[in-house]
Design a protein around this ligand. Structure first.
Ligand code: PGA
Length: 258
């Protein structure tokens, strides 16, 4: 049985003091939480949040990283710098990176491999635009992003990869995919992983749902067989909304490690 994994993507929000207050509240309020958790503050708050979540059940994540290890890349952040701060996981291929900053599958794949090579965990985001969904291409887009994102990733390294299905039209819009529609894509992604890595790995991989997850829709989403948690944006910005999502039990018992 897969465990739930709930991640908060704080995006470009919060000063260091605000990030510290949120992280401290989450550590306290989730200390008996049954699932696996992650927070991904802005780069500027990573050093502040790191000691606060250290030793807790909340992992420290970054929202992006460069595709190169180091060098002349003005404005970029390297995997070595993230590790130096105690970062354990990195979100890659978020739709805001894909669509606002024009990251393509090849670049994202390079980042995925670099992160894994350096021992980080990866949350690989995939998801279709509204126009792609309306054209009946949701599965195809998610398949391509999954296959290309994971190209060259070994079966052993796949154990450190979580996939997040985030339909772009649902992010920050208040529109959520229905639990049935989301589950259908999750099941499809799992089939793609089965084709690439075999049925056992496909059963083990965690697939989070993201896109306007709130306390009042998390349980229905996570009750679905193939939805293994959530990648939460807006509702991750305060404990009043993140903690109820983090405590959601869609039917599976918690415990265990990733
Ligand atoms: P949202 O963002 O929960 O605000 O829709 C999710 C995400 O972009 O990861």
């Amino acid at each position: 049985m897969r465990n739930y994994y709930i991640a908060g993507n704080w995006k470009m929000h919060k000063t260091r003091a605000e990030a510290a207050a949120l992280a401290s509240a989450l550590v306290t309020q989730l200390k008996d939480g049954k699932h696996q958790y992650l927070v991904a503050p802005s780069f500027t708050s990573l050093e502040t949040v790191a000691p606060l979540v250290k030793g807790s059940n909340i992992r420290l994540g970054a929202q992006n990283m460069a595709a190169e290890e180091q060098g002349a890349h003005t404005g970029e952040i390297s995997v070595l710098q993230l590790k130096d701060l105690g970062v354990q996981a990195v979100i890659l291929g978020h739709s805001e990176r894909r669509h606002t900053y024009h990251e393509d599958d090849a670049l994202i794949n390079k980042k995925v491999k670099l992160a894994l090579q350096h021992g980080l965990e990866v949350i690989l985001c995939v998801g279709e635009l509204l126009s792609e969904r309306e054209a009946g291409k949701a599965q195809e887009v998610c398949e391509t992003q999954t296959v290309k994102g994971l190209a060259g990733v070994s079966a052993a390294d796949l154990a450190r990869v979580t996939i997040a299905y985030e339909p772009v039209w649902a992010i920050g819009t208040g529109k959520t995919a229905t639990p049935e529609d989301a589950d259908a894509i999750h099941a499809y992604i799992r089939q793609v992983v089965a084709r690439l890595y075999g049925a056992d790995k496909a059963q083990q991989i965690l697939i989070q749902y993201g896109g306007s997850v709130k306390p009042d829709n998390a349980a229905q989403l996570m009750a679905k067989e193939n939805i293994d948690g959530a990648l939460v944006g807006g509702a991750a910005l305060n404990p009043e909304t993140f903690v109820p999502i983090a405590n959601t039990c869609g039917g599976r018992s918690g415990g265990g490690v990733l």
